[in-house]
Design a binder for this molecule. Sequence first.
Ligand SMILES: NC(=O)c1ccc[n+]([C@@H]2O[C@H](COP(=O)([O-])OP(=O)(O)OC[C@H]3O[C@@H](n4cnc5c(N)ncnc54)[C@H](OP(=O)(O)O)[C@@H]3O)[C@@H](O)[C@H]2O)c1
Length: 233
Amino acid sequence: MDTTDALHTTTSSPLTALVTGATSGIGREVTLQLADAGWRVIAVGRDQQALEQLGAASERISPRAADLLEDDLAGLVPEQLDALVHAAGISGGDGVEHTGSEEWSRMLTLNVTAGAQLARHALPALRRTRGTIVFLNSGAGTAARPRNAVYAASKHALRALANGLRVEEESNGVRVSSVYPGPTDTPMFTGDVDRSELIRPASVAAAVLTAITASPDVQLTDIHVRPRRELSW
Ligand SMILES: NC(=O)c1ccc[n+]([C@@H]2O[C@H](COP(=O)([O-])OP(=O)(O)OC[C@H]3O[C@@H](n4cnc5c(N)ncnc54)[C@H](OP(=O)(O)O)[C@@H]3O)[C@@H](O)[C@H]2O)c1
């Protein structure tokens, strides 16, 4: 079954996705893989050079410069939308003892609130297409590690957002997935490990596409992507 059948699209226009965090790492791979699969992708990020590279990579990619902490989120959402992928995120922090309210606010706003607001603005379009929302979560969404409480709190909140939104939207036809990558070879991951042991961002992106293109009778609620040989992250 191709993705068009699977999504029960209501129009003959190309399937359209909005991807945040498109300028780097996992979001960039999601953007490229969706474009390869024939989707039109609105690719959101701040890095102007990375946005230009995406635009040059495929005519199906429409780069959109936006700071999700500052800019109007409603204006990013198109009329026609089949999938929303919130991959933008920040990590870091230095334990609760050393984290002030400004850093808490930045982490929660980008990792959680921006995703929730984009989802809110996208719901009318996604209801029309019986579309899918994918939130990039983390192993930190189910367990907190030392000095990682702030990031873990944001990802626990993101998991709750996904679970709550899924039940709110099930009668409206919108499905909601969380993808939980383990340590992945992107600029975000700075742990002291042999990087060849990390998950490739393309592999996480493939899991995101699996959620988006899942058979229409199901939703893949939680996808955990772990390295073939487990690492202590
Ligand atoms: N890498 C890992 O090991 C790992 C593990 C588990 C979960 N994750 C999660 O996977 C997702 C993607 O992470 P990644 O590893 O691909 O990270 P990454 O390579 O650092 O990319 C982060 C993305 O977030 C965007 N971003 C950051 N601040 C932004 C802002 N204020 N406004 C708009 N966009 C902003 C960045 O774009 P600009 O710089 O262009 O703004 C960039 O595209 C995140 O949610 C992360 O928490 C990553």
